[in-house]
Design a protein around this ligand. Sequence first.
Ligand code: SIN
Length: 343
Amino acid sequence: MKNRLALILCISLLLFAVSGCGKRVEDKEQFSPDEKIVLKFSHVTAENTPKGLAAERFAELVKERTRGRVEVQVFPNSTLYKDGEEIEALKSGAVQMIAPATSKLSGVFPLWQVFDLPYAFADESKVHQAMDGYIGSRLFEGLRQNNLHALAFWDSGFKVMTNNQKPVVHPDDFAGLSFRVMINSQVLKKQFEKLGAKPVEGSFDDLYRALESRTIDGEENTISNICSKNLFKVQPYITVSNHGYMGYVVLTDEKYWNGLPEDIRGLLESTLAEVTEWERQQALRMNREGMQTITASGAVQLHYLTDDEKSEWIQVLKPLYQEFEYIIGPDLIESVEELKNNN
Ligand code: SIN
């Protein structure tokens, strides 16, 4: 009898532990009403970038609006996690927010390469239309299926080409040059191959060193990144090609998010929406001001592509749309084409 009672007790305790009673239930609210909530936000760019400033502004507003109950700790410059480590860190709960460039999501979510297609979007407003419409809904759905929750979509801007060898004006000028590409995007690799250059995948935190040591010749980036990382000091040739867009998805883990108290979730959402509007203005401003800094430095020979030169690039890069249709999907490619044709 005693043994049976002991056995029942053991089984009950085991079931209690396995069912998660006695500890926080993950899908329900994880926090007691007065408990302080610390949210780690890791990213790879400098503080003086649109993303860096927006993350800081978000942290300040959240602190003020929750009277210190929620603390967003921002870790810029890959100080916590670098390219290729961020998603895992988010999933494991080591951090609660990240904001990777969309290209870097492509390893896990290949559809995101739709944003890497060259000359896909005429300007930022087209990109935002894409995110707010069919393209965004398909992409966010994919994230949800993997327990990731997209909170916002931030701009970095349109990319230019930089290198240390010569002015790059026509597609032929790329021959023999090596270019760093962001990790995980096959479209970006192929883009450089089509242009006759050699793509070399690399993380953002290694980029300055790789360019300074001349391990690679060039790279593509937005002006705010080129300025904040001083890339222009080791890249004397810049072609203003605006050939591709770079943006960020502010991501959190779905379970973590659902475990936050509802009022806090609402406050974080509304604050992020406000910061997103602000961030997009910062991106425009910083790219504009960055260009002035670069011009004034006298360190760079700038070339702005003419319409005819741009047509040459478009011609060479156009086949990528068909070559990647089997990955990105005909529906998303069609949506991009529709956006191009609608004014
Ligand atoms: C970023 O803006 O987050 C990084 C861009 C890059 O890897 O070149």
